[in-house]
Design a protein around this ligand. Structure first.
Ligand code: TUI
Length: 316
């Protein structure tokens, strides 16, 4: 694909309208730099990491690429405040946020010249963010892996596209060109992709984690934590079964927390996919092989272009 300029590619100075998700433990400098080098927007996922780790990752990414990249700040993190300051100090080009409302940091980030793109799961937050002067929003449906909202991507993206004037990035359930083309049809001007990049050559996740995604069937993901107000989508395993059983029995927040504490690290770093937390989106069942980030992005663009051409033949 030669050219697919949107307000998002122009805003971020990237070649293709593809943004990598800011996945906890996964989105570190190797992945972020590879996605940015391939013409998308790579992200470092700050998740629950200390601010100094984030600074270090920013510097390592800068050593690997001259292209734009960003940092995703998970607002529930105990280090969110400090990370928010560090991205401003480091003058990171783009910040995305997740799991909350980033309002209190906007002034500081805009003063540092940062493009700010909150992830939202409702039209109310999208509108509010637009009023606060953010540059774009990611509309993330509950097909996504990790912490999710209520609405599906299919319902959320067009409603947010109608609710705001700023550009919308669609996320949740996109794994190939069909998903990407569909997102554009729904009103998005770029896509955010997570799960497929987890299974890239440059992703540092344990081989067991990659294989678990590759072997996943359509119905293999489940949502735990609905009762605690922090729903999280992962691949079904021994821990999710136990968690859902405890949830049904009315277990306390502390009891449930204890079960999953450190679970993502266990899966990503140690490869314990039986007991760890294997966060992945519903599209895992579609992902069948490991490829480089460049191959993934090129394939997405080729497939999307072919679909757009076919749309042209339908109406002529
Ligand atoms: O944040 C994510 N995905 C994540 S964060 C994460 S780490 C974590 N692990 C366990 C528990 C909690 C977090 C793993 N995956 N995606 C972005 C996202 N943001 N999805 C949904 C939302 C969201 C939901 C409600 C954003 C804002 C919001 O509104 C809050 C408000 O104050 O209005």
């Amino acid at each position: 694909m030669k050219n697919m300029k949107t307000r998002i590619t122009e805003l971020l100075g990237i070649e293709y309208p593809i943004i990598q998700g800011g996945m906890a433990w996964v989105a570190e400098h190797n992945l972020a730099a590879a996605v940015s080098e391939a013409g998308g927007l790579g992200l470092i996922g700050a998740a629950n990491a200390p601010a100094e780790w984030v600074r270090d990752e920013i510097r390592k990414t800068r050593e690997m690429t001259d292209k734009p990249f960003g940092v995703n700040i998970m607002l529930l993190s105990p280090h969110a405040e400090e990370v928010a300051k560090i991205v401003a100090e480091e003058k990171v080009k783009v910040v995305t946020t997740g799991a909350g409302n980033p309002e209190k940091y906007l002034e500081m980030w805009k003063a540092a010249g940062i493009k700010v793109i909150p992830v939202v799961a409702s039209t109310a937050l999208a509108r509010r963010m637009e009023r606060c002067g953010v540059d774009a929003v990611v509309a993330e449906g509950c097909e996504s892996g990790g912490h999710i909202g209520e609405l599906t991507t299919m319902a959320l993206v067009p409603q947010i596209a109608d609710a705001v004037e700023i550009p919308v990035i669609g996320a949740g359930g996109v794994g190939d060109g069909r998903g990407m083309a569909a997102m554009f049809m729904l009103g998005a001007e770029a896509v955010q992709i997570g799960t497929r990049f987890v299974v890239s050559n440059e992703s540092i996740v344990h081989e067991n984690y990659k294989q678990r995604i590759i072997s996943a069937k359509d119905i293999d993901s489940v949502v735990t934590g609905r009762s605690t107000g922090h729903p999280v989508r992962t691949i079904r395993n021994k821990t999710t079964r136990e968690y859902l059983k405890l949830e049904k029995e009315g277990a306390s927040f502390e009891e449930l927390e204890h079960l999953t504490l450190g679970g993502l690290r266990k899966a990503v770093v140690e490869g314990d996919v039986a007991y760890g937390s294997v966060m992945a989106g519903q599209i895992a069942g579609l992902i069948s092989k490991e490829q480089s980030c460049k191959e993934i992005i090129e394939e997405l663009m080729t497939e999307t272009e072919a679909l757009f051409r076919r749309c042209g033949t339908w109406v002529n």
